[in-house]
Every structure is written in C-alpha cells, then in structure tokens.
Design a protein around this ligand. Structure first.
Ligand SMILES: [Zn+2]
Length: 154
C-alpha cells in the first residue's frame, strides 16, 4: 500500500494538514482585520464561536469548525493604560479585553485618550473601529495586527 503522502515534502504535507484542520489561520485572521473584518470560527459540534483562531474549538475542543464573520461588537471587560512601553511599542496606549457579542473574549486596543480612561468604562458597549499594527520586537516574530475598539455607549 502506498501512502497518500508518498513523494511529498514535509512542507507540502503540513500545508495540506493546515488546510484540512485549520479553516482560519492566524495570518488569515490578521489579514481580515486589516480589511476591517473580525473573523472567527464557528464550531459545527457545539455551535459556539472561537476567536482568535485556534486549531480546535475553545469550548469543546472539536476540530470541526467553519470560518464566520463577527459583528465586532461587545462589552469592555477590562483595560489598562500603558505609559511605559515595552520594547517595540509606543506609549501611551490602552490594551483591552472585550467580550464579543458572539461569546469569545478578545484582546485589542481601546481608542481613547489615556486621560479619559477610568473604571466607569468597564462594562460599556464597544465596537471595532479599526486596527493597529505592532511593529514587533525581538520576541514577537515580526509585525502583528490587533483590533481597535471604540466605546459606543455614552
Ligand atoms: Zn465546540
């Protein structure tokens, strides 16, 4: 019996496995962000959404998932103001954790003047308003894109 992978390079085999098991790679997730879209994975077993993309459903570990577009809306769970930036970052900025309307929590940046940041903002409704590209540092393996959220509830 001849293996289906006979004659293929390791790289070719990994590419095929990635297509089969990862309907949305991290690179594709960042590319969609750059085009103003927040995408995730809908589990075909439990119906819940995984975001950012992972090889398995973050809720039930199923590999049976399909790509979906998220609303970009959610609730501000928490944030902090960074005034002394790590290497490769520019301060000040506000990293935040958002509970998306679809379920998963995602990390992004909050579009807000640091002077306006206060604890009263926690729990407010937010919507994705754009993206931010980190230049990257010696630890990050290059530039990365993250969603930027804006408070939409007064
Ligand atoms: Zn699931």
């Amino acid at each position: 019996m001849v293996s289906a992978n006979a004659g293929k390079t390791q790289e070719e085999i990994e590419k095929e496995l990635e297509k089969q098991y990862i309907p949305l790679s991290y690179g594709e997730y960042e590319e969609a962000l750059s085009n103003g879209k927040l995408v995730g994975l809908k589990c075909l077993s439990c119906g819940k959404i995984t975001c950012h993309p992972m090889p398995v459903c973050q809720w039930c570990s199923s590999r049976d998932m399909e790509r979906v577009e998220l609303s970009g809306e959610g609730e501000l769970l928490t944030f902090t103001v960074i005034r002394v930036a790590p290497e490769g970052f520019d301060a000040p900025y506000i990293p935040c954790l958002v509970k998306t309307k679809e379920g998963p929590n995602i990390i992004g940046r909050l579009e807000l003047e640091p002077e306006q940041a206060s604890q009263e903002l926690i729990g407010k409704r937010v919507k994705m308003s754009g993206t931010y590209t980190y230049k990257g540092d010696k630890f990050s393996g290059g530039a990365h894109v993250c969603p930027v959220f804006k408070i939409i509830e007064p």
